[in-house]
Write a protein of this length. Structure first.
Length: 299
């Protein structure tokens, strides 16, 4: 598991930062809607507010855990075969995937802040997988670092910095697991993650259920002196589950997708954004007018 820390400087309040989610693009699949991906990218780069992008996995529709194991077994004594395949796969990424994502790097303030390796990726060499290669090339082409966040789960910490003061927000980014056939099961998985991992926001993908919700945790205000007034405080937790770019069902009699063959729930196209707004507290909230960070979710 990993944690990546991002410093986000600002000078005055109110200040707003948008963290856009993008996941399960499944580029290479016949069911993928490239038009939906391009529309989302256009929306993100048109956002006038400072923003960054987080991708919790499955940019490409390539090897999954079972096929990676089969490939290792099938060519255990023929290392030249996966080496040749790796060259072809890099060329495909250079041609079809990286140019599609590059505008996110060049036309937003913080670019693609991090990418997780979910279920679908290819092992290109003993020390590099296809997600690491995409991070490497997007960094090289843009001059702006794209962080590889490891496999399946990672923490990110946003530090909003103004002078000597900072306001921190901790997030857990997960690729996700299991088939979410109902929205209730997806929310349950997000809440179950919050029981075992601390965080101010949780971002998840995989099951193509586009939904967002919030919950609050209560705690007493820290007592600085014995006779200070007692006060109940609250901490808002944001949950964002991302959709996908795979249509699942298409009109026609041939070449049905695995979603259609399995009569699965239609996938939800689209993604979401967590918006962080730093502002001075109103007098009725805090007589000292301290800075607070308000989270909103848009899907």
């Amino acid at each position: 598991m990993w944690i990546e820390v991002f410093d986000i400087p600002y000078k005055i309040t109110p200040y707003e930062f948008h963290l856009h989610g993008l996941c399960d693009l499944q580029i290479g699949s016949e069911s993928t809607s490239i038009a939906t991906i391009k529309t989302r990218i256009h929306e993100i780069i048109s956002d006038p507010v400072d923003s960054g992008i987080i991708i919790p996995g499955d940019i490409e529709d390539e090897d999954r855990p079972s096929t990676r194991a089969i490939r290792r077994s099938a060519f255990s004594d023929r290392s030249e075969v996966p080496s040749r395949d790796a060259v072809k796969h890099r060329q495909w990424l250079d041609r079809e995937v990286i140019p599609l994502l590059l505008p996110l790097q060049k036309k937003t303030r913080y670019g693609i802040m991090g990418i997780l390796a979910g279920h679908h990726w290819t092992q290109l060499s003993a020390i590099q997988n296809s997600v690491q290669y995409m991070c490497q090339e997007l960094t090289r082409l843009s001059g702006k670092k794209v962080n590889y966040l490891g496999e399946m789960i990672s923490y990110i910490e946003l530090r909003f910095v103004c002078g000597a003061k900072s306001h921190k927000k901790l997030g857990l980014v997960m690729h996700g697991e299991g088939g979410g056939q109902t929205k209730g099961s997806t929310i349950a998985k997000l809440e179950r993650a919050a029981q075992g991992f601390d965080g101010d926001f949780f971002i998840r993908g995989h099951d193509c259920q586009l939904l967002a919700t919030k919950t609050d945790k209560l705690y007493p205000k820290e007592m600085r002196v014995d006779d200070s007034p007692r006060e109940m405080m609250s901490r808002t937790i944001s949950y964002l589950n991302l959709g996908a770019a795979t249509r699942g069902y298409e009109m026609g009699l041939d070449n049905s997708s695995y979603v259609e063959r399995g009569i699965m729930r239609p996938t939800t196209l689209g993604w979401g954004t967590i918006k962080f707004k730093l502002r001075r507290s109103y007098e009725w909230e805090d007589q000292n007018h301290n800075i607070r960070c308000v989270q909103r979710i848009e899907i």
